[in-house]
Design a protein around this ligand. Structure first.
Ligand code: 0O2
Length: 214
């Protein structure tokens, strides 16, 4: 590995942040519009809430080192998909796929990657849907398609992921076996809980629809 002149890289990276901050705003607005429209048409909110953040410089450096590449601005753009990250928290799993379809089919959005960690959970039990997209950012003299990672998950999956994330960092990725086993058990319980809650919700909705027909 080449010893990086991290200071120079960071100066350039800070100029790029304007773009990624703009991309967060564009995606945030798109999601809010979809949620408002959905609420108006179906009297139902697919999105519980939205969080967004720019990845910290420390976390970018750590990820580049983990991937074994030099710290350069080109490598940040090439290897870090989640400089701009938006997290969409939904109530039920079908809402996740609704959001994915609605965002992916927009003309100005280019989907670079889609990872369904709900159909294929990670071995530790992590579940979520990840989309890496490019959204055009209109500057004064040019348009720059800019990468954003959108993580979409249920409230319950989010609860699990935030605890697992804390534990992962606390133990620097080497949590004791019994904690990893318990976390995996919790992940499976959460998947079961999500499916139970969905079934109850659908039951209540169908009763409500029948009532309104009578
Ligand atoms: P942090 O600390 O959240 O910033 P790839 O290059 O595509 O093969 P990458 O970029 O790791 O690999 O992609 P992936 O797996 O889609 O993960 C992207 C982000 O999803 C992670 O960012 C985490 O935020 C989240 N994530 C992925 N796996 C897990 C997991 O097992 N547990 C939790 N809690 N979150 C996860 P970072 O930069 O890895 O981490």
């Amino acid at each position: 590995l080449e010893l990086p002149d991290v200071k120079d890289v960071l100066v350039e990276y800070r100029q790029m942040q304007l773009l990624y901050r703009s991309a967060l705003k564009e995606i945030g607005t798109k999601l809010e519009i979809l949620n408002d429209e959905f609420k108006f048409v179906h009297k139902y909110n697919p999105i519980e809430h939205i969080e967004s953040r720019l990845k910290s410089e420390e976390s970018i450096m750590r990820k580049l080192l983990r991937k074994g590449v030099d710290v350069t601005v080109e490598n940040i753009q090439k290897y870090i998909d989640d400089i701009a990250g938006v997290r969409v928290i939904c109530s039920f799993t079908p809402d996740i796929y609704r959001i994915v379809d609605m965002i992916s089919s927009q003309d100005d959005i280019e989907v670079l990657k889609a990872k369904d960690y709900m159909i294929n959970p990670k071995p530790n039990g992590y579940r979520s849907y990840h989309l890496i997209v490019k959204v055009p950012i209109f500057l004064s003299d040019k348009v720059i398609p800019t990468k954003v990672e959108i993580q979409i998950r249920t409230v319950a999956m989010d609860f699990w992921a935030s605890l697992e994330h804390k534990i992962y960092y606390k133990y620097e990725g080497n949590a004791p076996e019994y904690i990893r086993t318990e976390l995996k058990e919790c992940a499976d319980m959460i998947a079961f809980l999500d499916s139970k809650m969905l079934a109850i919700n659908e039951e209540v909705r169908s009763i409500r629809q029948e009532d309104s027909r009578q």
